[in-house]
Design a protein around this ligand. Structure first.
Ligand SMILES: Nc1ncnc2c1ncn2[C@@H]1O[C@H](COP(=O)(O)OP(=O)(O)OP(=O)(O)O)[C@@H](O)[C@H]1O
Ligand SMILES: [Mg+2]
Length: 463
């Protein structure tokens, strides 16, 4: 290709040979010659341009001139192509669309038409062309033909495409990096969350285990409590049964002892000496005492087993005091103790079982008489306090130490039993009395009397 332009440059020079020497020219001819020379130079310039295909088409689109650039770009020599229709530079689909004709029509209408597209070389290969078609007209406006300038932009287009591909790839890579970073971040976050969740799960598990252990412990405690309760119940029942049985077994021979003592005293078995009478009377008194103790035990057993029945009603406390005091008088008289039944408030009427109230009062009075030294004083009082009534028995005896006040209400508890062996009894009186009081929705308590002795208070619901 490189030597083609040389050939083409030399060719016109050889065809247009210098004018014969010595021809004289007129002024007009001189001007014509100058113009011709200028046109010649211009044609040489155009023909030698290599980078652009510059050629002429006649008004029908047939190639009229061809330059070196056209030959280089399209591959045809001037002799091959001049006179051919320019549509052969177009791909088949464009020809089918009549695009070449359309181009010329547009250029003719507007003076100029520019386009970029695929064109075909002589060897059939494609190249990307920038095409400018300019309509050529004479002074009258008659269409002389078209000047066509074509540039091969295949390389530029390839470069652009490559740049675009590179840019796209770079963008894709950046996007991929960003996504990967984002994924990493998400994964980190997820991992963190998973760890937190795991920690929470572990904590929960620990708490659950703890709760389970606690529940088990509670269950065990409960079971132990239930077992202890059942055991206590059984023990209580056994105790009550035992007390009842024992009392019953003892009462029969005791009654026999009493009966035989009476027989002896009555002289049924023959005369009794005064000494013998004294002894038999002692036997009789002890038999009576034992019988009393056994009856108490039996009562308590019945009470504990809940076998007692209560007939509740209005009980004026004054009446109970009046009926019980005479029963204790023989004892107080013997011991030189004054008994002072204070006048009971008429309003002191209990809602209770009269016989049980009397039994409680008798127990309290017999204790007072028993534990108050010779010459002491026992005072009985009753009062109405709000929705309650109280019956108090105070004495001038030794009193009950604070630390013993709970104990004396337990069965078989007797304070200073060994020291005061003179006192009789089983230690059941207060236990029975308090149980009776509570069964009637009242209570029995002990405190300090004003004079230093004990004061027992029976509280009962008012009628
Ligand atoms: N008024 C009192 N003053 C001092 N101590 C008392 C008084 N009343 C009771 N006690 C003490 O409380 C103990 C329990 O009294 P409780 O009436 O229950 O039994 P007891 O009188 O000994 O026997 P029981 O009443 O069965 O014949 C007595 O043994 C005594 O030590
Ligand atoms: Mg007693």
């Amino acid at each position: 290709m490189a030597d083609t332009p040389k050939r083409r440059r030399t060719k016109p020079a050889s065809t247009r040979a210098p004018r014969p020497e010595g021809v004289r020219l007129t002024g007009r001819r001189k001007a014509e010659q100058a113009l011709r020379e200028s046109e010649e130079r211009f044609r040489l310039l155009v023909e030698s341009v290599q980078d652009y295909a510059i050629f002429m088409l006649d008004p029908d689109g047939r190639v009229a001139s061809w330059n070196a650039g056209a030959e280089r770009i399209k591959g045809y020599t001037a002799s091959e192509i001049v006179g051919q229709h320019f549509s052969r530079f177009y791909p088949a689909d464009k020809i089918a669309e009549h695009f070449p004709e359309y181009e010329l029509a547009e250029a003719a209408r507007h003076g100029r038409f520019e386009d970029e597209g695929w064109r075909i070389r002589k060897d059939g290969s494609r190249f990307w062309a920038n095409v400018v078609i300019t309509a050529l007209r004479d002074e009258d406006g008659t269409l002389l033909g078209f000047a066509k300038v074509t540039r091969d932009l295949t390389a530029r287009r390839a470069t652009q495409e490559q740049a675009l591909r590179l840019a796209t790839e770079e963008a894709a890579r950046i996007e991929a990096d960003r996504r990967s970073e984002e994924l990493q971040r998400l994964s980190d976050e997820l991992q963190e969350q998973a760890m937190t969740l795991e920690e929470q799960a572990m904590e929960l598990e620990a708490q659950t285990e703890e709760a389970q252990a606690l529940t088990e412990e509670m269950q065990q405690t409960n079971e132990r409590l239930e077992a202890a309760l059942a055991e206590a119940d059984a023990a209580n029942r056994a105790k009550t049964d035992f007390l009842k049985a024992m009392s019953h077994e003892l009462r029969t021979p005791l009654n026999a002892i009493g009966g035989y003592a009476d027989l002896l005293l009555a002289g049924v078995r023959g005369p009794v000496t005064p000494e013998q009478r004294q002894d038999v009377e002692r036997i009789r008194r002890n038999q009576q005492h034992l019988l009393g103790v056994i009856n108490d035990i039996l009562n308590y057993a019945r009470l504990e087993a809940g076998h007692l029945t209560y007939s509740l009603g209005a009980v004026p406390l004054g009446e109970v005091v009046a009926s019980v005091t005479p029963m204790i008088e023989p004892l107080t008289r013997v011991r030189g103790i004054t008994m002072e039944p204070r006048s009971c408030e008429p309003g002191a009427v209990a809602h209770a079982d009269r016989a049980k109230v009397a039994q409680i009062l008798l127990n309290l009075l017999s204790n007072a008489a028993k534990f108050t030294p010779m010459g002491g004083r026992v005072t009985i009082a009753c009062a109405a306090v709000g929705r309650q009534v109280t019956l108090t028995v105070s004495d001038t005896g030794p009193g009950v130490p604070v630390e013993q006040r709970a104990a004396i209400f337990e069965p078989f508890v007797q304070l200073g039993r060994s020291l005061t062996s003179g006192h009789e009894g089983s230690g059941l009186g207060l236990a029975i009395s308090r149980d009776l009081a509570r069964a009637m929705h009242g209570d029995l308590t002990v405190g300090d009397a004003a004079g230093g002795g004990a004061v027992f208070t029976l509280a009962l619901p008012a009628a």
